[in-house]
Design a protein around this ligand. Sequence first.
Ligand SMILES: Cc1cc2nc3c(=O)[nH]c(=O)nc-3n(C[C@H](O)[C@H](O)[C@H](O)COP(=O)(O)OP(=O)(O)OC[C@H]3O[C@@H](n4cnc5c(N)ncnc54)[C@H](O)[C@@H]3O)c2cc1C
Length: 457
Amino acid sequence: MKQDMTKIKLHTFSGWIDPPTDLQPAVSGEVTCDIAVIGGGVGGMGTALRLAERGQDVAVIEAEFCGYGSSSRNGGHISGAPGGDLRMLKLFYPKQMKGMVLLADHAAEYLEGKIRDLEIDCDYVPNGLSFGAISPIQMMRVKSCAKILKDAGGRGQVGTAEELGIPRAFVGGMREGVGGMLNPGQLCRGLRGALLASSARVYEQSKVTDVRREGDKVVITTPGGTVIANKVVLSTNAYAGEWDITPKRLSIPAWIIEVETEPIAPERIAALGWTSRTGVLSQHQIMEHFRVTERNTMVFGVRRLERGTSYPLPKDKAPDPGLVQELADAFHTRFPSLADVKVAQAWGGWIAITSSWISLAGKLADNVWYSCCCNGHGLAQAPYIGSLIADNIVDGTMHEDLECIWLDKPKFPPFLMMGKAGLRTIWALDRMGDKFNGHKRRARRAAAAAAAAVSVS
Ligand SMILES: Cc1cc2nc3c(=O)[nH]c(=O)nc-3n(C[C@H](O)[C@H](O)[C@H](O)COP(=O)(O)OP(=O)(O)OC[C@H]3O[C@@H](n4cnc5c(N)ncnc54)[C@H](O)[C@@H]3O)c2cc1C
């Protein structure tokens, strides 16, 4: 169904939540602190919360407001497995595989604990996240990923769509044993509330334009003033390339989008066979993901990565209507019984992609820590790694989950296939596969079953 795109709300922030109304003051004049954390996403907030908990003098410096970045804009899946293609990760990083799997598993548990301990109301449903195969070929990929995950100590159950309670439009998949789905905007609001209630000082509306070391201090420049800190944690994720202090090729920024439908009658969602309501990630090279929300809408996204080519990244970027239409078409192809369901809104955000496709952390100098998490899977990993970095700063401890991604020397290999042409080629290969893998036939059969289920009820 072609929809009038002008009726769709295209946000420059997020569709999950409105911006806060209690913006914190900007840095003004000269501010001193022991530890400065730059960037107030889930990563920076997780770091600062842990530092405050450990009695440190910490200040967060955020360009807009805490939760402004991808942390409030993502799909809200808490994954218990590493991001990226597990087969490639195993091929290139066999020694790190076990560590990365445990890190992802522990990160999901950590975030679940934070939500519980801080009593954050963010619609968290601990129903796992499923790798979903839209064709027998994708199912083969799922099975090999499940084996890699299991061999490395991860948790996941392989099954048919019926066994996993995912829509019948999928052949089957693997449901992860930890994690689930939530409203990331509400998660950020809860973390921000906890941060404001802590001993940490929070400066918002303070875009850092330069970070440099002067003697044993770090000098952080913002439009309203300067912060002088003994130590600094760089936690701006996709935006990190804006400063000279960031090593070359740490990551590249990529823009991805989310689309949300109007509300759908719960019985129509149930008729898809989606009894577990778990989020599902397709097994394309660039995935499509689908989830239901507590407001009975469906959110889906990605399918295409748009490479950011220069810094600073554009601030008020809205989704491209052409891509929203492409995702809407993909949604209606996957779920023909919902062909009449309209898209209501869309938004997007910047993720950081590392050339190795694994999360990274380390030190750039004695007093400069950084992390770059998770290639689009960082909702749990970024705050978890942030909390481990905080412990490393306070007492030098190196948790094995941090050690697994720690780099002694900040040197990074070049990126492959991440230029405009490379990304277009990957997208085209996915579309080519879809031409021949029979997914449309399967989706139509599933739609007939859904229609029958609705008419019986
Ligand atoms: C559309 C989308 C869908 C996603 N889906 C999922 C998902 O389902 N599951 C999952 O696990 N992950 C997902 N991710 C990835 C996840 O959101 C990120 O990995 C995670 O939020 C990263 O957190 P962060 O704190 O490192 O970065 P961010 O949330 O981006 O925070 C960085 C912060 O730094 C601030 N900043 C930037 N520049 C400066 C500056 N110069 N001075 C001061 N502050 C600055 C920004 O304003 C921002 O608040 C998705 C991401 C996107 C965009």
